[in-house]
Design a protein around this ligand. Structure first.
Ligand SMILES: Cc1cc2nc3c(=O)[nH]c(=O)nc-3n(C[C@H](O)[C@H](O)[C@H](O)COP(=O)(O)O)c2cc1C
Length: 178
């Protein structure tokens, strides 16, 4: 890993998200306070042509730019991923399936946080995503946070729950040393 790794926070849904984005912004705020450079990639901005049949082998210009701007330069991913029907959002898997995997994923690191309105904090999705990422030769950081009942922890677009903010900060401290 380089001394100054490129860090990318991925908002793992293309929905107009309230809570997933709020959790991602908590990571952003810590990095920004510490003056650690990062970029934020929200899948709601993913090129719409991602569902075209050609995308797997003949990517559109807009998706080529997307992966060149957000994925290829990244050394360390921070992925905040909501629970959709007991797993990860389909758009996230589709995004992975459309990428040039050697440049987007191989040899990189990822730190995962699950978000759910229900009780499991997307534990299943975290496991599934860990498997996908390990297949793509990504080192997944062992401290993964499942955030349950997230609606109760977010107010006006901000994660306000002190204990959750604390465990995020601890996880990030460890991940930056990983
Ligand atoms: C298609 C869809 C499926 C969902 N499935 C689950 C689920 O299986 N379990 C759960 O706890 N929450 C589920 N949720 C609720 C999300 O976990 C909740 O919306 C999450 O906090 C993300 O919110 P956000 O859209 O504000 O980011 C689902 C939401 C959507 C849109």
């Amino acid at each position: 890993m380089p001394n100054n790794p490129v860090i990318t926070i991925l908002v793992g849904t293309n929905a107009h998200s309230r809570t997933t984005r709020a959790v991602a912004l908590a990571y952003e705020s810590i990095l920004s306070d510490r003056k650690i450079p990062y970029q934020l990639c929200d899948l709601k901005d993913i090129p719409r042509d991602i569902i075209a049949p050609d995308m797997y082998y003949n990517r559109s210009e807009s998706f080529v730019s997307f992966q060149e701007n957000y994925l290829f330069p990244t050394d360390k991913y921070i992925i905040v991923i909501p629970e959709y029907n007991g797993g990860i959002p389909g758009i996230f898997k589709l995004m992975m399936d459309c990428t040039e995997i050697t440049e987007a994923w191989w040899g990189k690191q990822a730190c995962l946080t699950g978000v759910a309105s229900g009780r499991s904090g997307n534990l299943r999705g975290l496991d599934t995503l860990t498997n996908y990422l390990n297949y793509l030769k990504v080192d997944v950081f062992k401290n993964k946070i499942p955030i349950s009942r997230v609606d109760e922890l977010v107010e006006e677009g901000k994660l306000i729950d002190k204990s959750t903010l604390q465990i995020i900060e601890e996880q990030l401290d460890q991940y930056l040393e990983f």
